[in-house]
Design a protein around this ligand. Structure first.
Ligand SMILES: N[C@@H](CCC(=O)N[C@@H](CS)C(=O)NCC(=O)O)C(=O)O
Length: 217
């Protein structure tokens, strides 16, 4: 048994669960996975024993409880001693991107909910949705321009918190067919080929549970 336990929801639908799961795996931190099914009668009683907010993800490290995906990512970086760029200015930029994802893109989140196994879904492309997709394209493209020579992730050779924060977006773009620029598309292609993300996707595909409200397009 590991000291760390990460409580997650459905792998097919829980975008907030995916983020710290990806980071912990990329940082090589061992953890036990505790899965709960979202939108079921038992979820609220099960999660109450783990999280003060009654939401997933939540990380337990012994007696310590860390709720909220970004706080878990920060804690994981402290444990591993990596996960953010080493350079202070790059780290500030990475933190800005991670925070932007954590607190922003409400239209994308509502319209293109994560549905890891779904393909060829389409929704109406509103100006608001197009603006959020364009902003993500811009952010990824700028990272590729500035750090692409060092490696394929947003900040170069090393997987960092922004890559984890945008992992569900890469899946959403695949499901709903986002049109991306060449640099953003290259990033998405690389992220989709990541063996760690593929492992999550295989598990999502094997899940029998369907939540009709999350099946859009
Ligand atoms: N801000 C939180 C959001 C967590 C969240 O909304 N989790 C959803 C699943 S993806 C949840 O637990 N929903 C269960 C519910 O609301 O009953 C974070 O970053 O961890």
């Amino acid at each position: 048994m590991s000291a760390l336990a990460l409580v997650i929801g459905n792998k097919n639908y829980s975008s907030w669960s995916l983020r710290p799961w990806m980071l912990l795996r990329h940082l090589g931190l061992a953890f036990d996975e505790v899965q709960m099914q979202l939108d079921t009668p038992q979820f609220s009683s099960q999660i109450a024993a783990w999280s003060p907010t009654h939401r997933v993800p939540v990380l337990r490290d012994g007696e310590l409880t860390i709720w909220d995906s970004l706080a878990i990512c920060e804690y994981a970086c402290e444990l591993a001693g990596r996960g953010w760029p080493e350079d202070r200015a790059e780290r500030a930029r990475a933190r800005s991107l991670a925070a932007e994802m954590h607190s922003g893109f409400p239209v994308l989140r509502n319209t293109w909910g994560m549905n890891a196994r779904a393909r060829n879904r389409r929704t109406v492309m509103t100006p608001e949705l197009a603006a959020e997709v364009a902003r993500i394209d811009e952010a990824w493209s700028q990272c590729r321009r500035d750090y692409g020579a060092r490696g394929p992730w947003l900040f170069g050779a090393d997987y960092s918190v922004p890559d984890a924060m945008f992992a569900p977006v890469v899946l959403r773009f695949r499901t709903y067919g986002a049109t991306l620029s060449a640099p953003a598309s290259a990033y998405a292609t690389h992220a989709l080929a990541d063996p760690v993300l593929r492992e999550w996707n295989s598990a999502a595909e094997a899940e029998p549970w369907v939540i009709p409200d999350y099946e859009k397009g």
